[in-house]
Design a binder for this molecule. Structure first.
Ligand code: PGA
Length: 244
């Protein structure tokens, strides 16, 4: 059985007061799913102080474990302030901060070495989708972890399929396309070891809203969601959690 995940990615939004209020309200939501909250890094400790029932996540972390990297936050520091998860390879990190597949793989390794569970984001752009290249792009984004991690490490990963064109756009792929891509990702990620595919949790992200969550989460290979905009209020995120 794969436990479903409802993950809130606040990106660079909110203030200390908002984070504390959301964390307290999220703690009180009862569900069989795992609740995950990724506030801005500046407020990780604020969220943790109000946490009595969710997993704390960072939105990114450095591939270096320590040293002269001004402004960066090391994965062991994230563990230290209470994080269990770290989002790695979000499309905004790839596109706006130039993170390559090699850097993202180094971040996955640093996260694993620090006791964190990486939520590895992969997804094709609109142009790649239109050109029929989605599967090829996803396979290339997965290749470093497929080749570079052993079975035990793979078992610790969560994958999030987030088509770049669906993020923040209000557009989502057809349900049948989400299902077939998740099935493909499950196969690709586990191709060297058949214990991996049945157990890896694959989240869908990109314009998940209260009114489309139930249909997306009902798909057999979708194990929950990574939610941006619709996670910014507890009312809306609670409806998404309840759809799981
Ligand atoms: P969105 O963002 O829900 O606002 O589309 C999802 C994400 O970027 O993780």
């Amino acid at each position: 059985m794969r436990q479903a995940i409802a993950a809130a990615n606040w990106k660079m939004n909110g203030c200390a007061e908002d984070v504390a209020a959301f964390a307290a309200a999220l703690s009180a939501v009862s569900t069989t799913a795992e609740k995950v909250f990724a506030p801005p890094a500046a407020y990780l400790s604020v969220a943790q102080q109000a946490n009595s029932g969710f997993a704390l996540a960072a939105q990114t972390g450095s591939e270096h474990l320590a040293g002269a990297f001004t402004g960066e936050i090391a994965m062991p520091m994230l563990t230290d302030v209470g994080c269990q998860y770290v989002i790695v390879g979000h499309s905004e990190r790839r596109a706006l901060f130039g993170e390559s597949d090699a850097v993202i793989f180094a971040k996955v390794q640093a996260a694993l070495a620090s006791g964190l569970t990486p939520i590895l984001c992969i997804g094709e752009t609109d142009a790649e989708n239109r050109a029929g290249q989605a599967e090829q792009v996803l396979a290339a984004q997965l290749a470093p972890v497929v080749k570079g991690l052993g079975s035990t490490e793979k078992q610790r990963l969560v994958i999030a399929y987030e088509p770049v064109w669906a993020i923040g756009s209000g557009r989502t792929p057809l349900l049948e396309d989400i299902q077939s891509i998740h099935e493909k990702i499950r196969y690709l990620f586990g191709q060297n070891d058949d214990t991996i595919s049945p157990s890896v949790r694959i989240l869908y992200g990109g314009s998940v809203k209260p009114d489309n969550a139930a249909a997306i989460f009902a798909l057999p290979d979708v194990d929950g969601g990574l939610v941006g905009g619709a996670s910014l209020t507890i009312e809306s995120f609670k409806k998404i959690i309840k759809a799981l």
